[in-house]
Design a protein around this ligand. Structure first.
Ligand SMILES: NC(=O)c1ccc[n+]([C@@H]2O[C@H](COP(=O)([O-])OP(=O)(O)OC[C@H]3O[C@@H](n4cnc5c(N)ncnc54)[C@H](OP(=O)(O)O)[C@@H]3O)[C@@H](O)[C@H]2O)c1
Length: 276
């Protein structure tokens, strides 16, 4: 299968390095370490998610690892992402620490969380983590097209993904097109706008028409574009609801109505405002 394509079951994407990534991932930003996080990840794995998205900055890698072990699932059945905190110095050493906290021998994906201090300085260390097999794939997050190109120009191994804020309200067409051209898979974070988009009237109208929930409509919009999508919830029923997105299709008109909600002007930027 060509790099970048979707697998036959329509549930995973092949990265440029040949590794497969499940389209549906479970995000754990702002999920407190400990019971709340292990319960949420356990519920997600029980509901069929096979992709968990954590980060050094989230402070909950240990709980993710515990839930993974509790699930009894074989390690190779679950795709685990963590992110290098760019306030620290050495991506290779920090990867090793993440592996210890997670209690795993490798992560499937290790990404630079945001381009603090410039786009390129961390990439050598990311490549070393890759060469040492701490991470099967490496990538970036919150990188605009120009930042991605800086890394690519300096890289031996190019970033396989760019994880960015992406939803109908942040439909970054310029960034998506540029990433597709470069063989970089977009991962959509905050697909529900951290909850803000769930009450939107246009989304609600489409959800009522197709007999689904607003969350399912927003997640499906990403899946239908073959994007990796990372919803978060700490409630079991919502975690299950958010996984039910492979058994319906949004009609072209509905997709177009959702596309029109974009507030970024089809940006090739990753963010309207940086936090670093
Ligand atoms: N790379 C980055 O810089 C970055 C930045 C932001 C996010 N991310 C990743 O993307 C993931 C998701 O983004 P996000 O955390 O901003 O949030 P999100 O998934 O866009 O939205 C989560 C919010 O929606 C609520 N919610 C979820 N499903 C719902 C449902 N079916 N019905 C009603 N409410 C529902 C959740 O509430 P409850 O939890 O109370 O159910 C929570 O308040 C993160 O967890 C993280 O893994 C990455």
């Amino acid at each position: 299968m060509a790099a970048g394509g979707v697998t036959a079951d329509g549930r995973a994407r092949v990265l440029a390095d040949g590794n497969e990534i499940p389209l549906l991932g479970f995000g754990v930003w702002q999920v407190p370490d400990g019971r709340e996080c292990t319960d949420a990840v356990r519920s997600a794995l029980a509901a069929g998610y096979r992709h968990i998205d954590t980060a050094q900055a989230y402070g909950n890698e240990e709980s993710v690892g515990r839930a993974l072990r509790d699930s009894g699932l074989p390690r190779e059945d679950v795709f685990i992402t963590t992110k290098f905190h760019p306030g620290r110095k050495d991506p290779e050493a920090e990867a090793q620490r993440s592996l210890e906290r997670l209690g795993v021998e490798y992560v499937d994906l290790y990404i630079v969380h945001w381009p603090q201090g410039g786009a390129t300085w961390a990439w050598d260390g990311m490549q070393r983590a890759h060469e040492r097999r701490y991470a099967r794939s490496i990538g970036v997050s919150n990188f605009s097209v120009s930042e991605l190109d800086e890394v690519r120009a300096a890289a031996d191994t190019a970033p396989a993904v760019n994880q960015v804020q992406f939803s109908p309200f942040a439909y970054r067409r310029g960034l998506l097109d540029a990433c597709e051209e470069r063989g970089v898979v977009i991962e959509a974070y905050s697909p529900l706008g951290t909850g803000r988009h769930l009450g939107d009237r246009a989304v609600g109208a489409i959800a009522a028409r197709v007999g689904r929930t607003p969350a399912q409509v927003l997640i499906r919009w990403c899946v239908q574009r073959d994007l990796v999508v990372l919803p978060k919830s700490t409630h079991r029923e919502r975690i299950e609801e958010n996984a039910q997105v492979f058994d319906f299709t949004l009609a072209e008109d509905d997709v177009a109505a959702l596309d029109a909600l974009d507030r970024t002007g089809g940006a090739d930027r990753a963010l309207e405002r940086t936090w670093w």
